[in-house]
Design a protein around this ligand. Sequence first.
Ligand SMILES: [Zn+2]
Ligand SMILES: [Zn+2]
Length: 315
Amino acid sequence: MEALSSLDPRWSAHALQILRLCIWLVLLAAIFTPLERLFALHPKRIFRKAILTDLGYYFISSLVPSILLSFPLALLAWGVHRFIPGGFFAVIAAWPVWLRVAASFLVGEVGFYWGHRWSHEIPLLWRFHAIHHSAEHIDYLINTRAHPVDMVFTRLCGLVPLYILGLASPVGGSGSLIPVLIVLLGTVWGFFIHANVRWRFGPLEWLVATPAFHHWHHANDNPSVINKNYSPMLPVIDRLFGTLHLPPDSQPRTYGIDQPLSPILLGQLVDPFVLWRKNSTPVMPPSDQSDAPLSEPIGRPEVDPPPGHPPPNHL
Ligand SMILES: [Zn+2]
Ligand SMILES: [Zn+2]
């Protein structure tokens, strides 16, 4: 700590942040490594394939998105104050705190759901989101394996509705605590739902996202199980929009995507920006990638989407 205080204040702030991330990483490893050894869904070595790349993503995802978000959030703060009447916000501000928190959580969930779903449906967004899905082994560390553009886009989709509805403020004050809590809760829960554990939670799985729920989101067993379970916390949102897949007695066998992706971190970060590459297959959403016939379905058939909701044509 003394060495940090002798640095230039800007550098000491960065060094402190990296130190904090290292401590979090040690804590996460201390919690999840034994659990993933004892209750593994798919047994694997601790120093598995791509572990160094995923450690790199852990630091990048923790540092870069918040810097990139500052510009669109400042623009949003200006737009909100310019175009939305102050009286509207006064009504929301008069709500009890519990109601604002509950409404923010629900609105944020729907925003995150659609941001995530669009990342699967829109080819340009999928180029960035494919990095998260390229993991062939799912464990807690995969939570932060994501391109910064992907993280910024999804986060904006979750937070912008809160700001526009006056449920939170992008420029500080008490209203700025709600989005921080939502992002923090989502991040912590994100490590849990990626964990390589075989636990099932019975009826609770219909209330809150679990490892089984999110592992199906990463499944690559056959085309009928992809493009499911987009919601970060509430499976009911997927149920509502017809994308829930949660068979009670089966788990995914394989993960990943079929498209080629650079094996190195720098290549993965740069490639999505390169729209035309010679002699390369473009990374497309899974719905466009294969005409392969369905293999035998595993487990029970998925829950039927509600009438009027066509099955999604992507992920
Ligand atoms: Zn996804
Ligand atoms: Zn994931």
